[in-house]
Design a protein around this ligand. Structure first.
Ligand SMILES: [Zn+2]
Length: 260
């Protein structure tokens, strides 16, 4: 069984749970679907959780499944989960999709890949309070997060990881983030890359998933990067801790965009 079949099987096995719906969203033009999961009461503020846009970064995929299987997500919110946004990449263990495309550059102009189009179209029906996209950085010895504007959620995550003695990436100037962002588009702190969304939009040839969510007006948008040099178990612990910390810090009445 390939990892996507296993993932699909485990999500579908959760069907029948109260407040949980597992569906498959078609990617127009290619023979593939994306899992899309709704969890919690539809009238509660919505949080979007996604993983696996890079097929060689599986920790987030299994972390989201664990969080739902174990019933650990804060019940004050409803969730739209995209458990694996690049199924063909997961199967082949590659960053790119079967077409050789880095899908995380295809979220501009309504989506320029079948996967991005499917996600952006489906996400139009909800207003999200927060969006978390789960990644791994294969060269990192510690965790870090990308956060936009002056949000304080990344800082809260770093404090939580420190308390649990999980490694945090120092991110000195020389650290290669592996993304083509000019130095003036971001500010590096321990465990946090603070991104200027306007500069990011100008610098990248195509939007990332997170930038598309931010442009839609989602107030809290983070991209979480587990340390690729840590063990698989530790990578999942980092991401689990990061997701739970953000949820614990979100306030139900906080639906206004974060401003400088
Ligand atoms: Zn990634």
């Amino acid at each position: 069984m390939d990892p996507y079949q296993e993932l699909e099987g485990r999500w579908k096995a959760l069907r029948g749970r109260a407040d949980l719906q597992v569906r498959e969203v078609a990617c127009v033009g290619v023979a593939r679907t994306l899992l899309c999961v709704e969890l919690g009461p539809i009238d509660a503020p919505a949080v979007a959780l996604s993983a696996g846009i890079h097929g060689d970064e599986p920790a987030g995929i299994w972390t989201l499944l664990d969080l739902v299987e174990q019933g650990e997500l804060d019940t004050r919110f409803s969730y739209r989960l995209w458990p694996c946004t690049n199924p063909t990449g997961l199967v082949s263990g590659t960053r790119a999709s079967a077409e050789g495309v880095d899908l995380n550059r295809t979220f501009g102009r309504g989506g320029t890949s079948p996967e991005a189009r499917a996600i952006l179209t489906a996400n139009r029906d909800r207003k999200f309070l927060a969006s978390l996209d789960l990644h791994e950085d294969r060269d990192a010895a510690g965790f870090y997060a990308y956060e936009y504007g002056t949000g304080t959620l990344a800082k809260a995550i770093i404090e939580a990881l420190d308390r649990r003695a999980l490694p945090v990436q120092a991110l000195e100037r020389e650290y290669d983030l592996g993304v083509p962002l000019p130095a003036e588009a971001m500010q590096l702190e321990r465990g946090c890359v603070r991104v200027d969304p306007v500069r990011e939009g100008e610098a990248l040839s195509g939007f990332s998933y997170s930038l598309a969510m931010l442009r839609r007006g989602v107030p809290h948008v983070l991209t979480l990067e587990a340390a690729g040099l840590a063990s698989p178990e530790q990578r999942r612990r980092m991401l689990r801790e990061a997701v739970l910390t953000v949820l614990a810090r979100l306030h139900l009445d906080d639906l206004s965009p974060v401003t400088d």
